[in-house]
Design a protein around this ligand. Structure first.
Ligand SMILES: [Zn+2]
Length: 61
């Protein structure tokens, strides 16, 4: 059983979609709830990267 990544449409194997890994990023508000929403590892990495970039944006003077 599997699903498609909501970001890019890649097929995602549920086995490799490990909700337990979310414990590593408990401060990520953009992570969807642990429901049937699937995001492939590539897009997860991308989201994390974008989140990091967003935090790097300096405050406007
Ligand atoms: Zn994806």
């Amino acid at each position: 059983m599997g699903g498609r990544c909501i970001m890019c449409g890649r097929l995602v194997e549920v086995e490799e979609f490990n909700p337990d890994s979310y414990d590593d990023y408990e401060d990520e508000d953009l992570q969807p709830k642990k429901s049937s929403i699937l995001i492939c590892q590539l897009c997860q990495a991308k989201l994390r990267h974008e989140a990091d970039e967003a935090q790097k944006i300096p405050k406007p003077m």
